[in-house]
Design a protein around this ligand. Structure first.
Ligand code: FAD
Length: 319
């Protein structure tokens, strides 16, 4: 199955990123969030792996829950960090065994306190290698499928195997640790050559940043869809944390608007409006959909889609 539009899907495809819950109480809240997000009919729900201290087991539990309780495609983030080749192979098999066939293959970041130049990765050194491994493990498990031949009981036609959908990360502002401007595009081309079928971007604050990146990527030979990742920034604290994690530049206008607004509700509104404007502008200029970082809260991202005109009112779910 494709991670982008189907005939019956909403006209502008959208998807959400979640992270594994950090406590049993948070798990209950997350299940309700998943139910409400699924009602909006996203193209997929992705679940982070190893980010912010979460573990693979937790990610898989959330992905299983999405698969069991909704009709939305679950998409598993997987990282290379600290894994052996055999360990990564076993992990991919475990996800495939659980019926998860869509992945976001990532290199991952060094653990806190470990420098970029130190050995932290394990056997796989880049996301491109993980893309290849996922494709290979899936091919070994299901080299082909069989389809019944009408009128010939017991007979079957051999068909090519359904391929895993493998998304990869893209960085409109360049990867924070790239040594030169073109290095990140080389990495994206390597991931595409390895079999990636979709790129999802790091957050950005201005539509031109995404649009110019897509233009540069196309000129360099990237042909896979590049889905813009949009993060609603609903407080000064979230903005600070995100800039720290991503190395992106401070968006001065948004930062000031959040700082001078005294109430949490007002700050939330500012964040929703900024994200909605970003979403509608990139879609108006040809983005193939929007991927929203949901922070395990359905209200903000559904409000963003409503304000951007992407969710029609009857599909909005208030709570
Ligand atoms: P890679 O594509 O392997 O490359 C990273 C950089 O290394 C490149 O940009 C380039 O500068 C250089 N490079 C690598 N290969 C080449 C090459 N062949 N030629 C030239 N340069 C090269 N992290 C988590 O731990 N868990 C998550 O769940 C998670 N989810 C994410 C979701 C999204 C949408 C994004 C954008 C990031 C996410 N991350 C996550 C963060 C990600 O793991 C880090 O940003 C990491 O530093 C880079 O990962 P990557 O997959 O882009 O790495």
């Amino acid at each position: 199955m494709s991670l982008l539009p189907e005939a019956s899907a909403p006209s502008v495809p959208f998807s959400f990123e979640l992270y594994p819950p950090r406590s049993p109480a948070a798990a209950e809240g997350l299940h309700e969030t998943i139910r409400l997000l699924a009602e909006a009919r996203p193209s997929f729900l992705s679940v982070t792996y190893g980010a912010g201290g979460s573990t693979g087991g937790d990610s898989l539990a959330v992905l299983r829950h999405i698969r069991r309780t909704t009709s939305v495609e679950p998409l598993a983030h997987l990282t290379c960090v600290g894994n052996t080749y055999a360990g990564a192979t076993a992990l991919i098999r475990e996800f495939l065994d659980a019926g998860i066939t869509s992945f976001l293959a990532l290199r991952g970041d060094p653990p806190a306190g470990v420098g970029e130049d130190e050995t932290f990765l394990g056997d796989l050194e880049s996301a491109a290698q993980l893309v290849q491994l996922i494709d290979r493990v899936q091919a070994e498990r299901a080299p082909y499928t069989e389809a019944a031949i009408p009128g010939l009981p017991g007979a079957a036609r051999v068909q090519s195997r359904p391929r895993a959908q493998i998304a990869v990360a893209a960085f409109p502002m360049g990867h924070p640790r790239s040594r030169h401007a073109g290095q990140h595009l080389d990495a994206l081309l390597a991931k595409q050559a390895a079999g990636a079928t979709l790129a999802i971007t790091q957050l950005f604050f201005h539509p031109d940043v995404y649009l110019a990146f897509v233009e540069r990527a196309r000129a360099a030979g990237v042909t896979i869809p590049i889905l813009p990742g949009i993060m609603p920034i609903t407080s000064p604290a979230r903005l600070r944390r995100v800039l720290e994690l991503t190395g992106e530049e401070l968006p001065a206008e948004l930062a000031i608007a959040l700082e001078v607004e005294p109430t949490a509700a007002g700050q939330r509104e500012i964040g929703v409006t900024a994200a909605a404007r970003l979403a509608s502008e990139v879609v108006a200029h040809g983005a193939p959909g929007v991927h929203l970082y949901a922070f395990n809260d359905h209200r903000v991202v559904l409000a963003v889609l409503g304000e951007a005109g992407i969710l029609t009112p009857h599909k909005e779910t208030a709570s």
